[in-house]
Design a protein around this ligand. Structure first.
Ligand code: NAG
Ligand code: NAG
Ligand code: NAG
Ligand code: NAG
Ligand code: NAG
Ligand code: NAG
Ligand code: NAG
Ligand code: NAG
Ligand code: NAG
Ligand code: NAG
Ligand code: CU
Length: 558
């Protein structure tokens, strides 16, 4: 190829819409950056000095190559949240699950192809609490020439919701692990990196502004990149039409309020039908467990119609209360897969592996935890608090390294109790690095049952490597005789992260068609740290097309 042709393709492939590129290259320099929010400056871990980090654009079928260069003092790994990673588990990113971390001064090229997915996802660090500031959007456009299954919006915008701590987030979690108690909550929520105006801190400024023109339509790609809080999102005076979640299309519906958990994404269409003015965008927490502390600050931003004076007043909106369970349920119960001819919902109709997983907290002894009076808070699935290995599980599996994990993760909790009633007297858990083994292409149902141990709480559970269908949801204890009769096996929502309702359960189904080791965990970082995590080991099928690829040459070493 002529040099100028190659240069043209290289440059064009950096622009999202121009051409269909087979390969897209990105370079992520992980660097410290001094940043001011809430009237205080701190040094944060960033990609390329940006907070939130850069947006990755790709089209369905593209191969994406991201060179991550670690120039900070922490070990780093990055997860492409929701990307299926078919046979490329090496590029999934969770530290000590699919790879050893990228150590300071080292680099690693994440190499994956986007197959059968289009929509909004996110990338974030998957080690320590670095994802507080190390995160950004991942926008997958449909193949060139393939339209959205809804009228094309005039414009699109990425809206990343997050949390901001005045303290260093590593200090926050380290302090908590030492005491055995819950970590401090954040000091503010953010919309595209900014909390919006905050009283007693005038220099915070007005926050993020979305400029709109009257009559035009806008698709907002909402992402919750917060560590520990589910969020409500609203725009004053405007309805939101939900068209996609977690990079799968849904039956469009109108709502005033979106509920979005950490790790989830939601595309909404907004029509700028108000003519003129300034309207508030707002994000505030949803946490319907009264005893759990919350950051109660509402982040705000502005929808600014062209031609409106900067000095004109902003139309205000209030968000639901932190414990507005009915608002949350109303949103979640409205979600349905599009299930069209072009985008069918391939819900597994029969189940090979039926699993029942309790998710919740516990209390274990910790002699050094003075503030916790010799105890520490933990979390578990089926009473197993996951212990991080020191060699990545995927490496141990593929290279047959013994002694790293066991394959006896239980399909059921050790004993049955009233999960949402009075908890048992003994709140201790067992510890271990256990995985659940699945044959290639088996169908799996997991009922995730919240427990009331310490307190019932909503847990947004994320599964790596797969999308699943949320076939059922209810309050109280799951009843295996009566509840499955009400399952939706036609058009349930398909996603990668789902909130297990406080004091209730959800049932998910997926096809284990992706060989590798796949993490499943609560996406509230505090609960992941406490051990609410496990992994599925999906065996290879027949021949190379049904087997994981060999490890890349530059895979980081432990
Ligand atoms: C951040 O600010 C501190 C104190 O002013 C300075 O020592 C440090 O070099 C700065 N770091 C960066 C990455 O700019
Ligand atoms: C990316 O992975 C594919 C296999 O899926 C391989 O053919 C290709 O050479 C890799 N590219 C780089 C730059 O490592
Ligand atoms: C956590 O909050 C407590 C109480 O406000 C404070 O004393 C402590 O310094 C905070 N910890 C960190 C790491 O900021
Ligand atoms: C938020 O919580 C703080 C600390 O618990 C409390 O002082 C404050 O009044 C609360 N603010 C709102 C708006 O509820
Ligand atoms: C630890 O014990 C003291 C004294 O009995 C009590 O006041 C405190 O609340 C306890 N702390 C925790 C975290 O249980
Ligand atoms: C479980 O406990 C709750 C709350 O006490 C109670 O309402 C419910 O009836 C109990 N369920 C069973 C199956 O015992
Ligand atoms: C969890 O395991 C611990 C340790 O084996 C045991 O003492 C406890 O009863 C178990 N709890 C539940 C709820 O299964
Ligand atoms: C995997 O299972 C699905 C659904 O049961 C089936 O359509 C597909 O042909 C199977 N694929 C292979 C490679 O066995
Ligand atoms: C593997 O997949 C490729 C691409 O889809 C196909 O061309 C090839 O025939 C398949 N090989 C086998 C052994 O199924
Ligand atoms: C970084 O990762 C390596 C490999 O797992 C490990 O040996 C080292 O202790 C880690 N460094 C820190 C600071 O945790
Ligand atoms: Cu949780």
């Amino acid at each position: 190829m002529e040099l100028w042709v190659r240069v043209f393709i290289l440059v064009a492939c950096l622009l999202p819409a121009v051409v269909q590129c087979k390969v897209r290259h990105y370079q992520f320099n992980v660097v410290m950056k001094n940043t001011t929010r809430l009237c205080s400056t701190k040094s944060i871990v960033t990609v390329n000095g940006k907070f939130p980090g850069p947006t990755i654009y790709a089209r369905e079928d593209d191969t994406v190559l991201i060179r991550v260069i670690n120039r900070v003092k922490y070990n780093v790994s990055i997860h492409w949240h929701g990307v299926r990673q078919l046979r490329t588990g090496w590029a999934d990113g969770p530290a000590y699950i699919t790879q050893c971390p990228i150590q300071p001064g080292h680099s690693y090229v994440y190499n994956f192809t986007i197959t059968g997915q289009r929509g909004t996802l996110l990338w974030h660090a998957h080690i320590l609490w670095l994802r507080a500031t190390l995160h950004g959007a991942l926008v997958i456009l449909p193949k060139l020439g393939v339209p959205y299954p809804f009228p094309k919006p005039d414009h699109e915008a990425v809206v990343v919701l997050g949390e901001w701590w005045k303290s260093d987030t590593e200090a926050v979690i380290n302090e908590a692990l030492k005491s055995g108690l819950a970590p401090n909550v954040s000091d503010a929520h953010t919309i595209n990196g900014h909390p919006g105006p905050v009283s007693n801190c005038p220099s915070t400024g007005g926050g993020f502004t979305l400029n709109v023109s009257p009559g035009k339509t806008y698709m907002l790609r909402l992402i919750n990149a917060a560590l520990n809080e589910e969020l409500f999102f609203k725009i004053a005076g405007h309805k939101l039409t939900v068209v996609e979640v977690d990079a799968t299309y849904v039956k469009p519906f109108k709502t005033d309020t979106v509920l979005i958990a950490p790790g989830q994404t939601t595309n909404v269409i907004v029509v700028a039908d108000q003519g003129a003015g300034k309207y508030m965008l707002a994000a505030s927490p949803f946490l319907d467990t009264p005893i759990v502390a919350v950051d109660n600050m509402t982040a705000t931003a502005t929808l600014h119609y062209s031609g409106t004076l900067a000095s004109s007043p902003t139309t205000f909106t209030s968000t639901p209360a932190r414990n507005a369970t009915p608002v949350a349920n109303n949103f979640v119960n409205s979600l349905r897969s599009l299930n069209s001819k072009k985008y069918p919902a391939k819900v597994p109709q029969k189940v090979d592996h039926s699993l029942f997983f309790t998710v919740g907290l516990g209390i274990n002894p910790c002699p050094s935890c003075k503030a916790g009076n010799g105890s520490r808070a933990v979390a578990s699935i089926n009473n197993v608090t996951f212990v991080m290995p020191t060699i990545a599980l995927l490496q141990a599996h593929v290279l047959k390294i013994k002694g790293v994990f066991t394959t006896d993760f239980p399909a059921n909790p050790p004993f049955a109790f009233n999960y949402t009633g009075t908890p048992p007297a003994n709140l201790a858990t067992t510890t271990g690095t256990k995985v659940y083994k699945l044959p290639y292409n088996s169908t799996v149902q997991v009922v995730l049952q919240d427990t009331g141990i310490i307190a019932p709480e909503n847990h947004p559970v994320h599964l790596h490597g797969f999308n699943f269908f949320a076939v059922g949801r209810g309050l109280g204890n799951f009843n295996p005789k009566t509840d499955p009769k009400n399952f939706n096996l036609i058009d349930p929502v398909e996603r990668n992260t789902i909130g297990v309702p406080s004091g209730g359960w959800v049932a998910i189904r997926f096809l284990a068609d992706n060989p590798g080791v796949w993490f499943m965990h609560c996406h509230l970082e505090v609960h992941t740290t406490w051990g609410l995590k496990m992994a599925f080991l999906v065996e290879n099928g027949n021949g190379p097309n049904e087997s994981i690829l060999p490890p890349p040459k530059d895979l980081p070493k432990c």
